[in-house]
Design a protein around this ligand. Sequence first.
Ligand code: PMP
Length: 367
Amino acid sequence: EKKKTINFGAGPAKLPPSVLLQAQKELLDYNNIGISVLEMSHRSADFSKIINTTENLLRELLNIPENYKVLFLQGGGSGQFSAVPLNLIGLKEDRCADYVVTGAWSAKAAKEAEKYGQINVVHPKLDKYTSIPDNSGWSLNPSASYVYYCCNETVHGVEFNFIPDSKDVILVSDMSSNFLSRPVDVSKFGLIFAGAQKNIGCAGVTVVIVREDLLGKACKECPVVLDYQVQAGNNSLYNTPPCFSIYVMNLVLEWIKNNGGTEAMEKLSKQKSSLIYDVINNSGGFYSCPVNEDCRSRMNIPFRIGRKEGDEALEKLFLDGASKLGMISLKGHRSVGGIRASLYNAVTLEDTQILTAYMKQFLKEHQ
Ligand code: PMP
């Protein structure tokens, strides 16, 4: 008998089964119009309704203030590593920006931004990504165009549980891997972006939430499809958008709303992640998570097995055993090794309990 598969992948990641079923049901004939969303014109009334509903749901779920635009763009989170400086580095004359580098993703964003302006990392370089440098010690530049940070580092499992103080400079955040997993005060940000393929849908679309007064400042080399003002002026339809990915996002947002919204997602994410951290903390060092307790991610939990630096043979045994029980995509990112459990919105408490039961059993057999 085939075991139920549980996907603990870091993204693309598990989608709610009801969303997949609905997409399947509607795949050949959307809303009785006789064609699939896959075949539908992005200029049709039916697609307008899909994209507008998606935007309205996002606005409702995150309480997005009216002076913010919501964009649906292509190019992924990585596209935004370029789009952010291309659109915002010129906000101030000095063309410089401050970056907080707490893991692989913010490091990549800072590297990309260096093509377009002067980038200052606001703290001494970290030799390992296991903590967040104390905000009060950041060397912020008052003439920076923006301050950038990654709210949840997907590879290293480091998550901000506070909104940094950027001292009156525009704050920009990559929320790709913890978007809609808790409420956010959008008014504290100039810009937030998030790829859909973790918490809110499938790959292909990236949400950008940007304050209106920051539009229209893009440098002249900015590719037109990445120009926030152009996309905002065209309701994200300057060119063909990723229609099907937006449709899937629509379904996931409805699912989030029907399941209690961002508050419920936050509560659930705390419950799920605590289950795993508790097993790690109570394993007498058999399992170890290198991240400081005060910034351990609710979304991505990296850990090693056997010794602090990881016993690779034991880790392989763990992954093989998990896979036999239907638990897949638990391998850590190739740059850090070990195990990583990703617990996005669609991963249930029961899915998580199956993993913790296996972790406890594995500990008993191998400690
Ligand atoms: N930022 C974060 C936090 C991510 O986790 C990822 C992808 N895993 C990216 C950016 C890059 O996204 P993409 O692959 O869509 O370019």
